[in-house]
Design a binder for this molecule. Structure first.
Ligand code: PLP
Length: 358
């Protein structure tokens, strides 16, 4: 079966097989990783290797900390203003869909949120070009969502915000391509799409932005506490970190992020290519801003939605139903989705169109 879920999403098969083989006895330790002390030598080795591999994959500069946290990407919607306002009254946000909207809503209790660009005018079907952004002088940071998981809109460029730190929600496209981390003040991502199991969130933050949280922040919401304790202030999500580490190793074996990007381009091209010539299926996102990870599409005859999903499931094509807020279908094709999965989907869609698309 091929799983097109937006998250928790499919993981690389070799990773799951290795985890299964090591489940009861990790490297002859007689223990499962789940049972290890997080401060013991074995787990510290796993954690340190995971961080080293992530640093290598993304070429993370030495002046950035990598934090392994909990609370999903959603907790970052709050931790970001708590930590990065640094006494300033306002923060700039770009509004591109459901996830940017949630980040905006969660920041509002902490500061003046200024929406400096939005794609609401065309139903969130594009990424507002930077020429349309209206940045504010008093903004502590600029926040944007690199890939709108529900709308299927992705930035294929990095905004330039000068000296104002750029903050990015990369939950649904992190590790899908190389990224120049030095352009960012902070990058965050929930793990459950391209990294590993839900329950782990990763924050990559520049050193100088740590240690300026609002007065007496809740301990667990202070980046400095986590940075000072190497993400071991309390018990971290150990098993999630272990699986993430296996995914990082798998990515290195694939040839790194430049190779992953080519594979992701190939997969996305195949599906968009089919959608664009179809008279029955369509995707409404502006071509240059289309996501390589999440591809929403609709059927010309919506009354056939259930039939489409039923026949898809019968062929092992799982979780194609679109998000409830937008309807239609969505194929999420993260790093772990093989080209064969997309080919099988396109073949199925072709047949479905031939049969019902008259
Ligand atoms: N940001 C984006 C772009 C997402 O796709 C998601 C979840 O799907 C989130 C944030 C929220 O992540 P979490 O459920 O880990 O809090």
């Amino acid at each position: 079966a091929f799983n097109f879920s937006a998250g928790p999403a499919t993981l690389p098969e070799p990773v799951l097989k290795q985890a299964a083989a090591e489940m009861l006895d990790w490297h002859g330790s007689g223990q499962s990783v789940m049972e290890m002390s997080h401060r013991g030598k074995d787990f510290m080795g796993i954690r340190n290797q995971a961080e080293a591999d992530l640093r290598e994959l993304l070429a993370i500069p030495a002046n950035y900390k990598v934090l392994f946290l909990q609370g999903g990407a959603t907790l970052q919607f709050e931790m970001i203003p708590i930590n990065l306002l640094r006494g300033k009254p306002a923060a700039d946000y770009v509004y591109t869909g459901v996830w940017a909207g949630k980040a905006i809503r969660e920041a509002r209790p902490f500061c003046q949120v200024k929406v400096i660009a939005s794609s609401e005018d065309r139903n969130f079907s594009y990424a507002p070009p930077q020429s349309s952004w209206k940045p504010n002088q008093d903004a502590a940071y600029v926040h944007y969502t690199a890939n709108e998981t529900i709308g299927g809109v992705e930035y294929h460029w990095i905004p330039d915000t000068g000296n104002v730190p750029l903050v990015c929600d990369m939950s649904s496209n992190i590790l899908s391509k190389p990224v120049d981390v030095s352009k960012y003040g902070l990058i965050y991502a929930g793990a459950q799409k391209n990294i590993g199991p839900a329950g782990l969130a990763i924050v990559i933050v520049r050193d100088d932005l740590i240690g300026h949280a609002v007065p007496t922040p809740p301990t667990m919401l202070d980046y400095k506490i986590h940075a000072d304790h190497d993400s071991m202030f309390n018990t971290p999500p150990t098993y999630g970190i272990y699986i993430a580490g296996l995914v990082f190793q798998w990515l290195k074996q694939q040839g790194g992020l430049a190779v992953m990007e080519q594979k992701n381009i190939e997969k996305a091209k195949l599906l968009y290519g089919f959608l664009d010539q179809s008279r029955f299926f369509r995707n409404l996102v502006k071509k240059q801003d289309r996501s390589r990870m999440n591809i929403p599409f609709t059927l010309k005859d919506e009354a056939l939605n259930e039939e489409f999903l039923k026949q898809a499931r019968a062929r092992g094509l799982q979780q194609l139903k679109g998000h409830s807020s937008v309807g239609g279908m969505r194929a999420s094709i993260y790093n772990a989705m093989p080209l064969a999965g997309v080919k099988t989907l396109v073949n199925y869609m072709q047949e479905f169109e031939a049969r019902f698309g008259k």
